[in-house]
Design a protein around this ligand. Structure first.
Ligand SMILES: Cc1cc2nc3c(=O)[nH]c(=O)nc-3n(C[C@H](O)[C@H](O)[C@H](O)COP(=O)(O)O)c2cc1C
Length: 359
């Protein structure tokens, strides 16, 4: 029946999932339960990077535990997200190396984890030095980019999937403020590998639009933060996103460039710090403060004096969704929207659609 597999394409086949709907990385605290819930619903869940503690081997142990927890909660494919951090000289920071090694070792140590942890997503800096290791491990390598130039470079380096990130996205955003509606068609015209849209999607209409723009799926953040499966995060964080209106977000100076979050005392403090001359602020200390602040918002629910990352799309989200119900419904409705639009061209294309999908 068509509603059981409404959208099958290169991406769903490559990763081995039912619906081209991804819960992308949501650091720096924990997402193993959320990731498993999205994978169990037929999408692709992602275990996020658990911060960058001073003792990075402690971070690696936490990350490994999160991977194991997710693998114990789903028998479907899931992903890990690891940003590529670079220092002022362009050198890759140690945490990236350690976390990529941790993910590969978790798979080597346990064939069950190897079957389930199918995808490694990198973001932020260029991942060229890791492509071979990820491929040799038999994983699908996705890389998140903020420009067409970066997408072409990632494809040339051998990345399997490009995630094109528009500036309205939550968390670390592209350094050049190109928004989803412009970036995604540019990227899909420029590369041959499957492309996912990230930034601004929240429902079936976003998925249908992504497919119309040439992408093969969507990778969402904010929509999944506001779900009942995200029960590890402090409820005040989730409520702050539900309460957000248009214009309540701001792009502040994050860890890897601009970062979108709620406009509050913490984001104002950062903007003021960015106004100081270099040298007045210890950059290493400032980076540590930012990451701790982002984590504190998620763990303690301090949404006033800590950094609350969110996408602009929070302004349109008022309810918590049940992931098990939401993911398949989103895919089915997206397929219905596309069929319905095709029918409206004169009824010569596509199949008849149920009246309920005729919006
Ligand atoms: C709280 C939060 C944390 C995030 N953490 C990460 C991360 O660790 N790595 C990453 O690549 N992207 C991260 N992102 C970006 C998301 O993976 C995703 O691309 C983004 O949320 C998409 O925009 P949307 O919120 O409009 O759906 C984060 C976003 C948010 C809101």
């Amino acid at each position: 029946m068509s509603s059981a597999l409404p959208i099958v394409n290169r991406y769903t086949r490559l990763v081995g999932i039912e619906h081209p709907i991804v819960q992308e990385g949501l650091g720096p605290f924990r997402t193993p339960k959320l990731a498993a819930a999205v994978s169990n619903a037929g999408g692709l869940g992602t275990v996020s990077m658990p911060g960058m503690p001073e003792d990075i081997s402690e971070g690696a142990r936490t990350f490994r535990a999160h991977i194991e927890e997710c693998a114990s909660l789903t028998d479907r494919p899931f992903a890990v997200n690891i940003p590529v951090g670079v220092d002022s000289k362009g050198e890759v920071l140690p945490f990236t190396d350690v976390y990529i090694r941790t993910a590969l070792e978790a798979r080597e140590a346990d064939p069950v984890i190897a079957r389930r942890l199918r995808v490694l997503t990198t973001s932020a800096g260029f991942p060229g030095g890791y492509v071979a290791a990820i491929k040799d491990a038999g994983m699908v390598h996705q890389h998140k980019v903020g420009s067409t130039r970066q997408a072409v470079k990632a494809e040339a380096a051998g990345v399997d999937v490009v995630i094109a990130a528009g500036f309205e996205m939550g968390g670390h955003a592209p350094s050049k403020a190109v928004h989803t509606f412009v970036l995604i068609p540019n990227v899909t015209e420029a590369v041959g590998v499957p492309v996912l849209l990230t930034g601004g999607a929240r429902d079936a209409r976003g998925l249908a639009a992504a497919l119309a723009l040439g992408a093969e799926g969507v990778a969402m953040g904010t929509r999944f933060i506001t779900s009942t499966a995200n029960s590890d995060w402090h409820p005040a964080y989730v409520q702050a996103l539900l309460n957000a209106d248009e214009g309540d977000d701001v792009a502040f100076d994050g860890v890897y460039g601009p970062c979108r979050g709620l406009r509050n005392a913490a984001s104002r403090q950062l903007t003021e710090a960015a106004g100081h001359r270099d040298g007045e602020v210890d950059q290493v200390e400032l980076t540590r403060w930012k990451i701790e602040s982002m984590q504190r918002a998620q763990t303690e629910g301090d949404v006033t004096n800590s950094l609350v990352m969110t996408g602009q799309v929070a302004a349109a989200i008022r309810d918590l969704v049940d992931v098990a119900e939401f993911v398949p419904r989103m895919a089915t409705e997206a397929a219905e929207i596309l069929r319905s639009l095709a029918n409206r061209l004169g009824g010569s294309v596509g199949e008849p659609v149920p009246a309920s999908a005729d919006r």
